[in-house]
Ligand binder design. Structure first.
Ligand code: PEP
Ligand code: MG
Length: 315
């Protein structure tokens, strides 16, 4: 629902006991930033840079990218803005970067793997991001997509720091990274869980394939368990873990994710109002209890039902 201009200001994301849960926007096209601010986004949790590349037959120049990132950061003065390095391959193929002949592109040279194979593109992107950071006063965080090993984490964080990026992290979208989260987050400054891919890879179900769509359900306790493992890895290292997959836009699942340890939630801006209202109904204790009920279920449908029942039952 769109806020009408005369209504009260939108409050920041919080639980019923006052625990702050910053609600951030997923952005993936030009011009979405102003609307996100209007809908109460407290920053950006996922800026998908692919749109700068998708229509092009070659990578945009450093100047073109600097301009785009500067415009983004200028819209969020003093606020956190998480930009994702180019995530090309699989569901986001790029002719000049990806090999179209892979038989299983979701398991192929995508995300950070593809950037590493074309490192100039990554270096140019980091240069442009550092330029934009210097020219603005948003709090820029940069993360790599589809990171599957501790070594890749080290590679990306080291390279990003070389370019002057102060806060460098990884997306946790592959089960191996969730399982290794204590070591991943000893290196990365933060992690953001991409539940779309994490669900795809956990259930081995292509996110684009309708015939296996029933497997692509982030309520599955196996997915929730990996979210918890990641949050625990963050807590062990004093590093924040957020969620930026579509799961964060489900008002009850958002409560579960917070109960599992997510510190921030990022979603399509149109989902912010419903998630904000949902979080305000539960304390942290409630969220942990609801999450435990979902985690103890044996499949996605019963996790949802168990969470609903726990949400309706006062402690
Ligand atoms: C995800 O995988 O959950 C995610 C946020 O990234 P994308 O949907 O862009 O792959
Ligand atoms: Mg993803």
């Amino acid at each position: 629902a769109r806020r009408n201009a005369a209504s009260a200001p939108i409050t920041p994301g919080a639980l019923a006991d006052g625990t702050a849960i910053p609600l951030l926007a997923n952005l993936g096209k030009p011009g979405g930033a102003a609307e996100a601010v209007e809908l109460g986004a407290e920053g950006v949790g996922l800026f998908r840079t692919e749109f700068l590349f998708l229509s092009a037959s070659q990578a945009p120049t450093v100047d073109e990218q600097t301009k785009a990132y500067t415009e983004l950061l200028q819209t969020f003065p003093g606020k956190k803005v998480v930009v994702r390095a180019l995530d090309a391959g699989a569901d986001k193929p790029l002719a000049f970067l990806n090999d179209a002949h892979e038989e299983n592109p979701a398991l192929g040279l995508r995300g950070l793997r593809a950037l590493r194979a074309s490192e100039d593109i990554l270096r140019e992107q980091l240069t442009a991001l550092a330029n934009a950071d210097k020219a603005t006063d948003a709090d820029l965080w940069v993360m790599a997509p589809m990171v599957s090993t501790v070594e890749e984490t080290e590679y990306f964080v080291t390279l990003a720091r070389d370019y002057g990026i102060k806060t460098a992290g990884v997306m946790v979208e592959v089960p191996s990274s969730a399982i290794m989260a204590d070591k991943v987050l000893a290196i990365a400054d933060f992690a953001s869980i991409g539940t779309n891919d994490l669900t795809q890879y956990t259930l081995a179900a292509d996110r684009l394939l309708g015939s296996v769509a029933s497997f692509q359900d982030p309520w599955h306790p196996a997915v929730l368990s990996l979210v918890k493992a990641t949050a625990d890895g963050g807590a062990a290292n004093g590093k924040p873990v957020g969620i930026c997959g579509e799961a964060a836009a489900d008002p009850l699942l958002a409560v579960v994710l917070v109960g599992l340890g997510a510190a921030t939630l990022s979603m399509a801006p149109t989902a912010l109002a419903d998630v904000r209202a949902s979080l305000l109904q539960y304390t942290r204790d409630d969220a942990e209890r609801i999450a435990a009920a979902a985690l103890a279920a044996s499949d996605a449908a019963s996790a949802r039902t168990a969470a609903q029942a726990a949400a309706e039952t006062p402690a």
